[in-house]
Design a protein around this ligand. Sequence first.
Ligand SMILES: N[C@@H](CCC(=O)N[C@@H](CS)C(=O)NCC(=O)O)C(=O)O
Length: 235
Amino acid sequence: MTLDHPIFARWPARHPDRLQLFSLPTPNGVKIGIMLEETGLTYEAHRIDIMADESREPAFLALNPNGKIPAIYDPDGPSGAPLALFESGAILLYLADKTGRFISSDPNTRYETIQWVMWQMGGVGPMFGQVGFFNKFAGKDYKDKRPRDRYATESVRLLGVLDNRLAGRDWVMGADYSIADISLLGWVRNLIGFYEARELVGFDRFLHVQAWFNRGLARPAVQRGLEVTATNRGE
Ligand SMILES: N[C@@H](CCC(=O)N[C@@H](CS)C(=O)NCC(=O)O)C(=O)O
């Protein structure tokens, strides 16, 4: 079996029958590593070095014209034909539907789960990411702190929304761990870890988020998922 896509000329598939993941352990990237480990799907992971602009190479752009990780190529797509997909929220939803895991089969609860994934994609990701830029990366040296403070203030508000949601719930959707949790864990982890914004956003006051975060990190599949594509194993 050979896979018919330009990406494989640059990143060859050793196991063409498996789902192919192109990623890096960033907050968006780890979502898919975690989901694949949680579901137990067999996959082959390719590490894409975004710092070396590998995500801007023509072979990668053929898979994701937006030039960002994560992206997947599933040789066994839902119609029987292969499916290439980018945008981490769409990939989570696809993998949930493919496996029947981590999304409710009840239609109302299903849409609520999607709603929280959209909330992460449209709010938490972009806002926390900007906090990272202005607090840790190039934006740190800007004298004017208003952009940093604007994104920090919005991130605090979003953490408050999540904290309220998690009051009396183990997971975003209640008793059931779902793709909503999977979409959020890596972002909270980066905000208080790599982005060094724990104090800036007053994380310690969000007790429900803290308890949820620790529950998430305690899951073995989350621990494994955070390491997917951390090294170039090409398995
Ligand atoms: N909305 C996209 C965002 C993807 C994204 O921003 N990926 C980052 C890493 S977390 C990336 O590839 N950055 C490389 C670049 O922008 O050059 C998703 O959720 O998949």
